[in-house]
Design a protein. Sequence first.
Length: 166
Amino acid sequence: MKQVDRFLLAIIAGVVALVAVALGLALTRSAPGYLPDTTPGGVAHNYLLAIKGRDDERAYGYLSPDLKGYPPTVDEFVSDIDSRYSWSFNRESSTINIGDERVTGDRAVVTVSETHFSQGGLFSSGQYTNSFSMTLRRQGDAWKLISADSYWASCWTVSRPCEPFL
């Protein structure tokens, strides 16, 4: 009987140690950081990180001012994101991975993979992945966003003012 108690205590101690290690790793994990703005992939990553982190001025700075529907102010940009086209800007927790970066002259297309996490059922992983493209143009020494399949208000490429999508 004593051997069973020691075995049970060893299992419990092992579980407690694993939980402590997992908690320590989770708490010491650093937040994702900004990348250099010298590549289209870096600009796409930084734009998405700024959107998710609510660093609206920084995100606004990555838009090309040559867009037909360029928001004239940061406040208009924020209004487009939070009110008019909020369905296109997922500010919830997800993981962003920059994939292929295809540069042709002064134009680049970056493929982005976004993984969303949610509570899954018994037979569900609780995650799904969405892939989309972002198009950038070199303007001087900087890369600027000119369109995207997600995290984008379609009116920015057409005209001002943006109207809510109904």
